[in-house]
Write a protein that binds this ligand. Sequence first.
Ligand SMILES: [Zn+2]
Length: 512
Amino acid sequence: MQSSEKSQKITAATPKDAAAVILLKQGTDASDPEVYWVRRSHKLAFLGGFHAFPGGQLDESDRETPVENCDDAERAAMIACAARELFEELGVLATRGAQTLTVGQRASLLDDLESRRMTWPELLKHYGLQLDVEDWTFVGRWVTPPFSPRRFDTWFFMTRCPAKQEPRVTGDAELEAGEWIRASEAVARWQRSEVLTVPPVLHALKTISRGLTEDLVERFLYVPQAHGQPVRRIEFRPGFICFPVRTETKPPATHTNCYIVGSREVVIIDPASIYEEEQQALAECVDELRAEGRIIREIILTHLHPDHVGGVQALKEHLWGRVPVAAHRLTAKALEGQVSVDRLIEDGEMIDLAGEPHLRLRAMHTPGHARGHLCFYEEATGALITGDNIVGLGSVLIDPPEGNMRDYLESLERMRALPNLTVLFGAHGPAVGSPRVKIDEYIRHRLEREENILRAVRGGASTPKEIVERVYTDVHPKAHAMAERAVLAHLEKLETDNLVTRTDNGQWKAST
Ligand SMILES: [Zn+2]
């Protein structure tokens, strides 16, 4: 109970206010409307490569921006935010009075705003433009799941693109592309695993694809998540459900992602939480899936760490002990006496999951973070479940003797070499839509550290502590003890590379 309260506090960061715009094409077919969606830059750490709607965080000036016919100050501020973001990101000025402006004038207004010569309310006033509540249909408020490095409470508004204005990505570094697309086609592309989106975007596309009917808003607001209730079950890709559960993991992460993979036959990877209420939530999700006709085939463990196996026993009991637990033999051995593993998974094994889409997971033994670590690759869709080898939030600890830097770098190279890699599903944080960028960054980061560590040893530093003080200047002193473990892992690798040697008194020196 006590520890549960403690971790509750850590996760209770207040989400920031944000707004997003579902832009409908002028004169679009009401039975299958076209919307404008954007692709976030592959370089972004947060939801890089995802398809989304334009939007962003509330600016203080949005609160001072008048909105006609709106007596709710909060809603007015969010509409102002939505309209400003739409203008900044796509150059679309959805205000009354904008129809008399030329393309050139709009560009100069945008420049005024972006160069901060004028604030948003000043600009509207100066050019006689008005925002009107009538133009902005509120269609829900979604809060990002607690696994997210940044948490947002996002208000979604639908508006029509004004006549004679054409949206385009304005060179904003955050977005790399944008296009009009029929909502039904966008949903189909998601179903074909060609794109990644977050739950509110998928929900919006599905809702709109059924037409601009009279009950449209009702259909938008039908789900509890559209009223700020946190999303728990996140289907980033068809057949890949991410269900973050609260665990005692390494900060800044507060949750571990449990993945439920398969469209009919499913496996549950890393039921992680030791907390009863979290185990209960996962059990409810599993029951829901069973009610939808899915068959639970197996519980799979990526590796031995407590923040990955904490809820195995509870889930097994919930499923009347009938669902076997599978893991690599090294994991099974390490967990002896704590978790009983019924079946062993070796490198290269194919786990065939019948259903539509039919998913085939190839097990990859990828040691480095843990000796018996497994990743799972779905070749047809290019999805890789990475466990703790690559995460969407925080860093990966390589802690000897369980951790091994040489193995880890080899595992990263193996993952990098996979054909058709499109998304990484890590055990912490959101999915990574730009896998190669992420893996390259991981490899570069480790090699840079290695080089600096070698330089420090050559410069006379002889213990991990001394090395950390010289090399990890970017890391908070509180994290130094952990950094020393990573340094040891690097030193052991450098030792096998014959670049450093361990002296009799346990110190390190450069090889001659
Ligand atoms: Zn781990």
